[in-house]
Write a protein that binds this ligand. Structure first.
Ligand code: NAD
Length: 249
């Protein structure tokens, strides 16, 4: 039987790279999507291949609809029909109060975190739904605890984008449940990745660690484990659900 196929967006580093590595270990042929860092995506693919797994690095900015369409077409050709999509690509910008934000910044955040995820979901459903010749599938959205906490004084725009992603998860899960497509989301808390540098504070996780009930930040692997549970058959009756991976935060 051919490998199942998974697309992980923004998989050249951080949580996405951890998901790609774990998925390959679980037998998925993985599309390691990246926006700019071809070298980093190639390194993830090499690590997967070194363990005997199957992966391909594929460029595509999820904020650009035409590039998303081309990405999914490339997966059709090179890996086969997609079984699982992990909407992991996400961005945030410099920490600031809302009163200092301009619309261009907010639009940039929404273009990747909301519109990008939505268009990727659309392309996935067009392949997974039986009426399109598909065989069902699983979608996992990488949201954030920010959706619930609101990120005051840091990035309310980012938090709002993750709130929208949560609502997308609820709506789409109901819309495609009868098609055999499950849609769930993880809400990571403070995870050690390079994302915090984009906010202007690379050491942010250590700063907030003391306020986390478990008294530490999380690792990309700890998030990847939960993503892979949602994708697995063990979660066969679970859709429209959320798991906080936040050390109790
Ligand atoms: P990261 O910055 O290391 O990874 C994000 C990846 O997405 C990068 O590789 C980036 O190049 C890619 N990306 C960004 N915009 C893209 C686009 N338009 N098209 C394609 N790829 C794009 O950060 P991370 O922490 O690994 O983030 C992964 C996800 O986890 C994000 O959605 C983020 O919001 C979420 N998250 C992270 C944390 C945390 O504390 N690190 C907490 C909650 C949620």
């Amino acid at each position: 039987m051919p490998d199942k196929v998974m697309i992980v967006t923004g998989a050249s580093r951080g949580i996405g790279a951890a998901v790609a590595l774990l998925a390959a270990r679980r037998g998925y042929a993985v599309c390691v999507n990246y926006r700019q860092r071809r070298d980093a995506a190639d390194a993830v693919v090499a690590a997967i291949q070194a363990e005997g797994g199957r992966a391909v690095a594929m460029a595509g900015d999820v904020a650009d609809e035409a590039q998303v369409v081309r990405l999914f077409q490339a997966v059709d050709r090179e890996l086969g029909r997609v079984d699982a999509l992990v909407n992991n690509a996400g961005v945030l910008d410099t920490q600031m109060r809302l009163e200092d934000m301009d619309a261009a910044r907010v639009s940039r955040i929404l273009a990747t975190n909301v519109v990008g995820a939505l268009v990727c979901c659309r392309e996935a459903v067009r392949r997974m739904a039986p009426r399109h010749g598909g065989r069902g599938g699983a979608i996992v959205n990488v949201s954030s605890m920010a959706a619930r906490l609101g990120s005051p004084g840091e990035y309310i725009d980012y938090a709002a984008s993750k709130g929208a992603l949560d609502t997308l998860t609820i709506g789409l899960s109901k819309e495609v449940a009868a098609d055999g497509i499950r849609v769930n989301a993880v809400r990571p808390g403070a995870i050690y990745t390079e994302m915090h540098a984009s906010g202007g504070e690379p050491g942010r996780v250590d700063r907030v660690a003391g306020s986390i009930p478990m008294q530490r930040g999380g690792t990309p692997q700890e998030v990847a484990n939960v993503v892979m549970w949602f994708v697995s058959d063990e979660a066969s009756y679970t859709t429209g659900s959320f798991i906080d991976v936040s050390g109790g935060r």
